[in-house]
Every structure is written in structure tokens, then in C-alpha cells.
Design a protein around this ligand. Structure first.
Ligand code: SAM
Ligand code: DTB
Ligand code: SF4
Length: 331
């Protein structure tokens, strides 16, 4: 059974209150539960490695309060044109050589115009031909665009719900929560795997964090990948002076994502560098089993590859080999 069919069985009707009850557990009880769920579904010592590349940076029309790439905020990020396909393929080859199994290409768009999509389709075809899983995050999709991406060989589409419906209006005003859900539906209907998660540390309440997890868990089928980002406070954004979220609350959020979405890959995403080794180790114990791997995220820093390799060695973690290669006997 593939992941998608399997996840269909998981619809649970999670309520926000049931997620809040998990947040209220003693930390050790919560982590024990999360690790138990994790072991029932995954190799506890394997971590999936995705490498990110910004293929179109800055100048975005949207006003997402956390984002360095909005044209409405005074950040240092320079607007750039769409990268050449050759540059993207070069970066994907390097990612593959470094051990990544998935290559994620991000564009700072509200959504792609049909003419923007052509070169992206070419990137997807060529990255897929390298034997990597492909993922793109391009903003909102219009009818038919997800099908074109699928036909080019796209595996995953990343589109985050980012926070709870109640808090969303304080983060973004230029598009709505329903717009995000509509794109997720387009993506599913086209037969693509869904990568959907959110950000914590934006000043939301615990109930609002629980609201995000409940929304993600109630997507049917549940997303195959769930990136949990810790806000990276970028100078010039409205969130530059946001208060730090307690790192243990971040670990709890990871644990609860694992319990609520037992078969999804939960990705310890942005903010990993700032968390340090101890908190990252707790996140892996809590059931995170995917990371962004490579020195850069989109516009901000990520741990150096050598630092990640040292951490993996200390923890006895190993990179996950992706399913297609396992089937082809390359394991
Ligand atoms: N424009 C597309 C969109 O909004 O879906 C794709 C790119 S957008 C940068 C992808 C995701 O990165 C956001 O949904 C958010 O979850 C995450 N992200 C962006 N800036 C971040 C920050 N400063 N800290 C943490 N996560 C961030
Ligand atoms: C996701 O959830 N996190 C990634 C990816 N999906 C596209 C992006 C993180 C961006 C962090 C801020 C930056 O580097 O600009
Ligand atoms: Fe940033 Fe994406 Fe929002 Fe644009 S739509 S401001 S790139 S998060």
C-alpha cells in the first residue's frame, strides 16, 4: 500500500480540545507516548533528508508577517529573477551527492502565472531524472496547474496552513485560510503527495498551536510530510521582535504532531540552527524524522552539513533511504 492510500485510513476527527489535552500532559509522559507511536510506524533512527533551494527570491506581493520575502516588509532580501534551469540542476546534483533524497524548490509568489509554470516544469523533469524526489512550493495554485506539475514528475507540493484559522488573520491579510485549503485540495485531486505544516513562535497561544495541529490532522488524507517551523525572526518583518517561544513548548508541538499524524514524516524545519543540539535531540525523541539538510533554507541559515553529520553520529541517526530506491534494491 502506498503512503497516500495508507493515510486515508487515519481520519480521526481531532478536536482542538483533544490536542490541548496532549499539550497538558507531563513532558515525560508526552514524549514516551510520542516515541511509542513513532516506533510503531517508523525506524526510530532514520531521518529523511530534504534539501531546499530558493528558485525565485523576494518581491512577493503577499504580507505574511514572518516572511523575509514580502515586498511589503523592509528586509535585506533582494528581489531576484527565476533561476536558470541549469543552476537548479547543479544544486540538485550537489544535494544528491550530499545524501539528500528530496529536493524542494521554493518560489516567493502569491501563486504562479501560467507562463511562470513552464520553466518550473522543466526543473521538475530534470531534478526527477536525477533520481531525487521532487517538491515545489509556489504559493496558491489555479485549476489545472497541479495536474501539469504532476505530469512533469512532481512528487510533493508544499503549502503550509502555518497556524490556526483563528490566528491566521493576524499573520496574513492578503489571502485567506480558505485559499490555503483550496490549494491543498487542488494538490490532492491531482494525485500529488502533500507537504503541509506550520510555524510556531509567532505570538500564538497554546490553543492556537493546538488549532494548527488539529487542522493538519483532520486533512483527509493526512499530509505525508508535516514541516514544523520555529519562527526565524527576520529583521524588517513585523515579527522581528516577537518573544521567544520556550524550546520545550516546541518539542511538545513536535510530539503532538507525531501522535496526531502517526504515519506522516514530521519535519524539524526552520529555526533548527537556533535550537541547538540538545533541543534537536529531544525533537528526534519526540518523533521528528525529517530535516532540511544543507547550509541554507530559503533566505536564512540552517546548520552546516558538517554540524548535522556530527549530530547524527552522536545520536546514532542515519539518513533514510527513499522508498523507490529500496524497491530497486539499492538499500
Ligand atoms: N510563497 C509560497 C507560500 O507561501 O506557500 C512558498 C514559500 S514560503 C517561504 C514557505 C513556508 O516557509 C511558509 O509557509 C512558512 O511556513 C515558512 N517560513 C517562511 N518564512 C519563515 C520564517 N521566517 N520562519 C519560519 N518559517 C518560515
Ligand atoms: C517549510 O515549511 N519551511 C521551508 C519550506 N517549507 C519551504 C521554508 C523555511 C523558510 C525559513 C525562512 C527563510 O529561509 O527565508
Ligand atoms: Fe513569503 Fe510565501 Fe507569504 Fe510570499 S506568500 S510573503 S513568499 S510566505
Amino acid at each position: 500500500m502506498n503512503d497516500l492510500a495508507d493515510n486515508t485510513q487515519l481520519q480521526q476527527g481531532r478536536t482542538v480540545d483533544s490536542v490541548l489535552a496532549l499539550f497538558a500532559l507531563p513532558f515525560n509522559d508526552l514524549l514516551f507516548r510520542a516515541q511509542t507511536v513513532h516506533r510503531a510506524h517508523f525506524d526510530p533512527n532514520a531521518v529523511q533528508l530534504s534539501t531546499l533551494l530558493s528558485i525565485k527570491t523576494g518581491g512577493c506581493s503577499e504580507d505574511c508577517g514572518y516572511c523575509s520575502q514580502s515586498a511589503r516588509h523592509g528586509t535585506d532580501v533582494e528581489k531576484e529573477r527565476l533561476l536558470d534551469v541549469a543552476k537548479v540542476v547543479e544544486a540538485a546534483e550537489a544535494a544528491k551527492a550530499g545524501g539528500a533524497t528530496r529536493f524542494c524548490m521554493g518560489a516567493a509568489w502569491r501563486g504562479p502565472k501560467d507562463k511562470d509554470l513552464e520553466p518550473v516544469l522543466d526543473m521538475v523533469r530534470q531534478v526527477k531524472a536525477l533520481g531525487l524526489e521532487t517538491c515545489v512550493t509556489l504559493g496558491m495554485l489555479k485549476a489545472g496547474q497541479a495536474e501539469r506539475l504532476k505530469a512533469a514528475g512532481l512528487d510533493y507540493y508544499n503549502h503550509n496552513l502555518d497556524t490556526s484559522p483563528e490566528f491566521y488573520g493576524q499573520v496574513v491579510t492578503t489571502h485567506s485560510y480558505q485559499d490555503r485549503l483550496d490549494t491543498l485540495q487542488e494538490v490532492r485531486h491531482a494525485g500529488l503527495a502533500v507537504c503541509c505544516g506550520g510555524i510556531v513562535g509567532m505570538g500564538e497561544s497554546r490553543r492556537e498551536r493546538a488549532g494548527l495541529i488539529a487542522q493538519l490532522a483532520n486533512l483527509s488524507p493526512q499530509p505525508e510530510s508535516v514541516p514544523i517551523n520555529m519562527l526565524v525572526k527576520v529583521g524588517g518583518t513585523p515579527m522581528q521582535d516577537e518573544n521567544d517561544l520556550d524550546p520545550l513548548e516546541f518539542v511538545r508541538t513536535i510530539a503532538i504532531a507525531r501522535i496526531a499524524m502517526p504515519k506522516s514524516h514530521v519535519r524539524l524545519s526552520a529555526g533548527r540552527r537556533e535550537l541547538g543540539e540538545g533541543v534537536q535531540a529531544l525533537c528526534f525523541l519526540a518523533g521528528a524524522n525529517s530535516i532540511f539538510y544543507g547550509d541554507k533554507l530559503l533566505t536564512t541559515g540552517n546548520p552546516e552539513v558538517e554540524a548535522d553529520q556530527r549530530l547524527f553520529a552522536k545520536l546514532g541517526l542515519k539518513p533514510e533511504v527513499h522508498a523507490e530506491r529500496r524497491c530497486a534494491g539499492h538499500d
